[in-house]
Write a protein that binds this ligand. Structure first.
Ligand code: ARG
Length: 456
């Protein structure tokens, strides 16, 4: 059977050419956007006098029927028709004849695919944003429920200073707030109407691009036909967002894996999100966290893949661009799956308050508080640092429990110490002394929760 573009060809394509050309097995996912675009394009053609009202009516009915056929699985996508555009157009012509053949007037698959992917990405960005908001909410809930719980804060993976569990959860919320900003940026990059520029140069018809922009609810319109068909920046923006989000989730998952290990034992992940071992009966593995952590690999791969496809492409449309979609779809799917997984894990997480609190009584976690204590009483900070360092050294040497030291023990090191020093050794009270903006005091945690609520 002849191709829709087959006019000037005598020989048929070899099998391998057909095999490499075909994209319908993945771009059929764009059928709704493609049909929506074709309807608006046809309405525009009617408006500028190229299609009669009757032809327009037939086209719209035909396209709506095709959409129904696709949705009730009675549409047969054919590889020989290459892509989603030609599958739908060919079916339309089968159904309505002559009017169907007129639909492609004043457009090209080059602007058509730019339209489909832009519409698709705008929708998916909204869907992903909803998931992000749900995840942020669940972390905020977890923070509220465990507001006062303390645990060690780490630097270099060494116990550093006591922090509140809620503060720790909110740290992840702020990461995700930035992810939402990057997502919004990607959505805005997609929000430019490309339709009506033709193959690359513009068209010999008075295509009313602004009419189509309005009908398709694009906030903006592209300015240059050549740029329009070669641009994939909006996809790169999305893939970059996805990579950074993946990196954030991966770091979070790493912490969940560590925290649920028997060494830390800070949390318990529910049976719904963990799996057993086929050989070791006692095992309960944090597979979901590990899988989400691992998904970062493909998200980064998809970004690098499209960057590499685009590198070195001359203006304007080149068929290499067909290689953009699988990376895009995969990142969209992966992000949605990962976010759902995170939400599920957060749902039934058990916070082991006592274990977290116990862990704070290690590695001299309040030593900095003691240095501050002396410095607030007039000892220069460097000197205070030195005195506390000596105490820590002596504790280590003589196997003394820092947290059980008495007032009289402290007095040996400096007469500045008063009885209230014991309060400064206590990790529980340490957190609420972090009165600086953005610190781990309850006062600031409430402030952060308030700020976050305003953003959601
Ligand atoms: N399937 C192609 C793509 O995804 C459609 C665009 C135009 N194709 C062409 N041969 N000019 O990019």
């Amino acid at each position: 059977m002849k191709k829709l573009w087959g006019g000037r060809f005598n020989d048929k394509n070899s099998d391998i050419t057909e095999k490499l050309s075909v994209s319908v097995h993945y771009d059929k996912r764009l059928y709704r956007q493609d049909i929506r675009g074709s309807i608006v394009h046809s309405e525009m053609l009617n408006k500028i006098g190229i299609l009669s009202d009757e032809e327009l009516g037939k086209i719209i009915n035909g396209l709506n029927e095709i959409q129904m056929e696709i949705e009730n699985n009675s549409f047969d996508f054919e590889d020989r028709l290459e892509d989603v555009h030609m599958n739908i157009e060919s079916r339309l012509t089968d159904k309505i004849g002559y009017a169907g053949k007129k639909m492609h007037t004043g457009r090209s698959r080059n602007d058509q695919i730019a339209l489909d992917t832009r519409l698709y990405l705008k929708d998916e960005c909204c869907e992903i944003d909803k998931h992000l908001v749900r995840l942020i909410r669940s972390l905020m809930d977890l923070a509220e429920k465990n507001k006062y719980v303390i645990l060690p804060g780490y630097t270099h993976m060494q116990v550093a200073q006591p922090v509140r569990f809620s503060h720790h959860m909110l740290a992840y919320c702020w990461q995700l707030v930035r992810d939402r900003r990057r997502l919004d940026f990607a959505r805005n990059s997609s929000d430019y109407s490309p339709i009506g520029v033709g193959a690359l140069a513009g068209v010999n018809y008075g295509n009313d691009r602004h009419f189509m922009q309005q009908k398709l609810e694009f906030g903006n319109i592209t300015q240059n036909s050549m740029d329009t068909v070669s641009d994939r920046d909006y996809m790169l923006d999305f893939l970059y967002f996805a990579s950074v989000l993946g990196t954030h989730l991966s770091r979070f998952c790493e912490e969940l894996v560590l925290w649920s290990s028997s060494q830390f034992d800070f949390i318990r992940l529910s049976d719904k999100v963990t799996t057993g071992s086929s050989i070791m009966p006692q095992k309960k593995n944090p597979d979901l966290a590990e899988i989400i952590r691992g998904k970062t690999g493909r998200l980064n791969g998809n970004l690098v893949s499209l960057l590499t496809v685009l590198k070195g492409l001359p203006m304007t449309y080149n068929r290499d661009l067909q290689e953009d979609k699988e990376s895009l779809f995969d990142s969209v799917d992966t992000v949605l799956l990962s976010l759902e997984g995170m939400i599920e894990m957060m749902k039934d997480i058990t916070v082991k308050k006592d274990k977290m609190r116990d862990a704070v009584y290690s590695n001299f976690s309040t030593a900095t508080d003691l240095a501050d204590y002396l410095s607030q009483k007039g000892v220069p900070f460097r000197e205070a640092h030195e005195i506390i360092g000596t105490i820590v050294g002596d504790c280590e040497k003589n196997n003394i429990d820092f947290f059980k030291m008495k007032f009289s023990d402290f007095q040996k090191y400096s007469e500045v110490f008063q009885e209230d020093v014991l309060d400064y050794v206590n990790p529980e009270s340490s957190t609420d002394r972090k009165i600086s903006f953005g610190g781990t005091s309850i006062y600031d945690i409430d402030r952060q929760l308030e700020e976050l609520r305003k953003l959601l």
